[in-house]
Structures are given as C-alpha cells and as structure tokens.
Design a binder for this molecule. Structure first.
Ligand code: 5AD
Ligand code: SF4
Length: 481
C-alpha cells in the first residue's frame, strides 16, 4: 500500500498482528506512557476532540474519544486548555480547510505554554497530499497526522509518537479493511450513529469524497445488527445509520443484501424506537425502500435527499445520473407512500456553466418539492475533481446573488412547512437542556424539527408526547401533555 509515512510497524515484535487485538495492545502501552507523564505533570492529562464536517466524522470522533479515554486521558471541552487536541477534519469545501489552518495557528501558540501538549490531525483533509506538505513545512509543531483509512490505528500511532521524538505521519491511499470492535465513547447516551458502509463510488464531478474516503465498502449485516443490539441494551433508543450513499448498502458484499432488508432487521430490535439514516442518493432509492419506510413504525418521518441542482443539464455535468423529472417523480412516489414525510436536501449554487436559466430550474424544484429545510452551498472548486477543470466557472458575484435568492426562497417555504404542525401532539425525544433557558428541554420530532418545552434533565433520553403550541419559524415552543 502506497503511503506517506515516517513510521514503521516492525519495531513492535511482541504486538499481536490481528485487529482489533493489536490496537488494545497499544492502548495498554500508551496508558503506561501516559501514567508517567501524569506523574511528571502532577495532574490528570486532558483531551479535546474537535470535529469538522459531517455525521461520519462525528461518529469517527466518538471512536477517537473512546480510545483516548481508555488510554487514561480525561475529556476537556475547552480546546486550548487540553493537553491532547485532535482535529478531525473535513475537506468537502475550501473554507473547511481554511478554518483548520486558522485554528491551528492559535493552537501552536497554546502549545508553547504547555510542555505536555500534543496536537494531532486526522480525517478527510489529511488525505490530500498538498495539505500534508503544507503542514510539514509550516506547522512543524503538529505531533501526529493520519487519514481516514487508518483511523482504527489511532492507538498505535499515538503510542509511536509517545515513544519517538518527532512528527508521526501515516496516510494510506485506500483500504479494503473494516476493523470492528474498538472502544467508542458516545456523545449522547440515548442515541448513536452506526456506520453501515464506508467510502463512495459515485464520483459526482464536484466532489472530493471518493478521493479521500476511498471505494465503497459495506459492513456485514450481522456486525451492524450486533452493534445495534448492544447499543439498545445500553439504553440507546435512536440509531442513525451512516454512509455516503446508504441506498447502495450491501451491493458489494459477498452475500449481497439491500438497504431495505437491513432496515427490516433493525426494526425488529427491541429497545430501538427510532431509526434514521444518511445520506440517500436519489439514483439508488428503491421502491423496496419506499415501501419499507411506508410500513415502518420506527423509521423516522424524515428523508434527506440531496438534489444538488434542478437543471437536468447541470445534473448531467455533475454526473448525478438522474434528471429533474426523475427526481420530482421520485419525490411524488415517496410522498404518496409516506404522506407525512419531511424532505430535506443539499443544493449547490454556481456549478461551472450554471446559467440563470439553470438556476431558475433549481428554484422551480425548491417550489415544487417544498423542502422542510435545505443546506445550500456555494460551489467550491476542489482540485483533482473533474469539475475543477471545467470551463465557465461562474463569477463569484453572480453566484452570491443567486445564493441569496435561493436562501430566501428556501427559508420562506421552510417556515410555511414548519407551521403546519401547529396545535398537534407529537412524540418527542428529549435530547438536552436548552442552551439559553435551563427551564426548557429541547426535543426532536420524528420529522427532525426541534421543540423546546418546560421540563427537567430527568426527561433526557425519553420519548414524550408534547403539544406544539407556537411555531417560531424553524422550531416550536411546546408543552408536555
Ligand atoms: N462545493 C460545494 N458544495 C459541495 N458539496 C460537496 N462537494 C461540494 C463542492 N465542491 C455539498 C453537496 C453535498 C454536501 C455534503 O456538500 O451538496 O451533498
Ligand atoms: Fe464528511 Fe465528506 Fe467532509 Fe469527509 S469530506 S468530513 S466525508 S463531508
């Protein structure tokens, strides 16, 4: 396997070669090093994991936290106070990268004041060769750099850093391996993400994900179901099944399984009350899935269905493999089978060659589908993707103006679709104490809307009936009934 590395495996002859046993060996070894460091410092040593990007990264960060806790670090929420800081990075748009460099500069200054401090970087951005070059050249204070394919080796790499003097870098170009059963520290006791697949084979022409997350690999259904059963036994009531393209789950397995069939099995697990999933590609959304969603008691009434553009011409240049008409027809089928479904989407404005006419097609889809909410993005040129080499990149001022028009349309429609639930009583999962008013609890409806209602922290993690009293645009104020 091709690597950018300053690191070798052969120096540990007594380490197991099998995973995950090998990583438990290194957790143990790192724990001993940390014990010494703690004695030296005369205090516990702390960690902070900062996550950029998507739900996949959020789940990976829970794995990083799990390993750090097993090694003996204590969680610290304020980054600059922590002794071990790790950035789990995203590179889907250019500004995600810029934010990392900005914050890294600040961290470098904090490190000068704390002799125990270590800084690590991992995730999607590290899969880009020019990023690692820049870090090596201008951010020499970084201790550890690894990518998306070898995240399971975090304990081993951290141990290597503890036993060596300099920066440790280990980036793999791809992998076919899935390592199960490493420690994980969930952010919420009552809900959890569950990876069902990794990587992406779609190659949308604007998107860097297939290059940084590698080829599509599905986990075995039994591994997924086993994990969910254990989560349920541990008090989890909601799972979010995660993959770049969950609708093509299972196609590459030795014994192929459909995503719909997996969902039917998850539905049978006692204790799991809510099932969500992300992300669905419209081209792979099957009739079987629509029918499972229609008859399910547990699958949430929410589907995130990225459209990206409403213009068939642009969709073709994006390599999305559906037309505007096919997308609208799909939406019609879903709404017919699941009438109360909430639909959300991702839209890119300013893809190369996008004309005002193309943009009007996007507005038309927004008006026809009436999304409950939409993530709107300005096209960002990612080097190495086919779109980056396309001519007719759109003027930034034109893109900004279209973006503002789109946002206004999306927000007006979202406020109207949100308001239709006024006065109804809905089952709500109480998730947290409200950040601004501690007398309120923030809960989530099946359709993903938030509602704030009077309550106390003992309700967190429970499913409760709540009356939606007052719509405030994108959320509700409510009362328990
Ligand atoms: N520029 C802008 N937005 C992008 N996305 C992916 N790649 C780019 C890009 N190069 C958006 C898509 C995707 C979401 C996660 O990010 O809308 O669905
Ligand atoms: Fe997630 Fe894609 Fe960003 Fe990676 S590049 S964190 S997969 S959104």
């Amino acid at each position: 396997m091709e690597r950018n590395r300053l690191y070798t495996e052969s120096v540990y002859p007594t380490a197991p070669t099998e995973e995950p046993e090998r990583q438990y060996y290194f957790i143990d070894r790192a724990r001993k090093h940390l014990e010494e460091q703690k004695k030296e410092a005369g205090r516990p040593l702390t960690f902070c994991v900062t996550t950029f990007g998507c739900q996949m990264n959020a789940r990976d960060s829970e794995k990083l936290s799990g390993i750090l806790e097993q090694i003996g670090y204590v969680q610290e929420l304020e980054e600059e106070k922590a002794d071990f800081v790790i950035y789990n990075t995203c590179t889907v748009r250019e500004n995600a990268n810029l934010r990392v460099y900005g914050r890294l500069g600040q961290l470098g200054r904090a490190k000068k004041k704390n002799p125990h401090m270590m800084i690590a970087l991992c995730g999607c951005m590290m899969q880009e060769a020019q990023v690692v070059e820049k870090l090596k050249k201008s951010y020499g204070f970084v201790d550890l750099i690894f990518g998306t394919h070898n995240i399971y080796k975090f304990a081993e790499l951290l141990n290597t850093r503890m036993e060596s003097g300099g920066m440790v870098i280990d980036i793999w170009q791809d992998t076919d391996k899935i390592v199960e059963d490493l420690p994980v520290e969930r952010k919420y006791p009552f809900k959890s993400g569950v990876n069902i697949m990794f990587g992406c084979n779609n190659f949308c022409s604007y998107c860097i994900v297939p290059y940084v997350r590698g080829r599509e690999r599905s986990r075995e259904p039994e591994a997924i179901l086993g994990e969910i059963r254990r989560l349920a036994a541990d008090g989890v009531v909601e799972v979010m099944l995660l993959g770049q393209n969950v609708n093509s789950y299972g196609k590459t397995l030795e014994r192929p399984v459909t995503f719909a069939a997996l969902l039917r099995e998850v539905e049978k697990i006692d204790g799991i009350e809510r099932i969500r999933f992300m992300t669905s590609h419209p081209k792979d959304l099957s009739d079987e899935l629509i029918s499972v969603m229609g008859s399910s008691k547990k699958i949430c009434r929410h589907l995130h269905l990225p459209v990206q553009s409403g213009s068939s011409r642009i969709l073709e240049k994006m390599n999305r493999r559906y037309t505007k008409e096919q997308y609208l027809e799909l939406v019609g089928k879903i709404r017919k089978a699941v009438p109360d479904i909430s639909l959300t989407t991702d839209i890119i404005v300013g893809f190369p060659g996008e004309t005002e006419e193309d943009f009007q097609e996007t507005l038309d889809v927004v008006r026809k589908v009436r999304y409950d909410s939409a993530f709107t993005f300005i096209y960002s040129k990612r080097s190495g993707t086919p779109a980056a080499a396309m001519e007719d990149q759109v003027e930034p001022a034109v893109v900004k103006e279209r973006f503002n028009r789109l946002l206004k349309e999306v927000q007006e429609i979202a406020a109207q679709t949100c308001a239709v639930h006024q006065g109804t009583v809905q089952t709500v999962l109480a998730e947290s104490v409200n950040e601004h008013d501690p007398s309120l609890i923030t809960g989530r409806l099946s359709n993903n809307l938030l509602v704030h209602f009077p309550g106390d922290s003992s309700m967190i993690g429970r499913l409760l009936p709540v009356e939606l009293k007052e719509c405030r645009g994108f959320y509700y104020l409510g009362e328990r009934v």
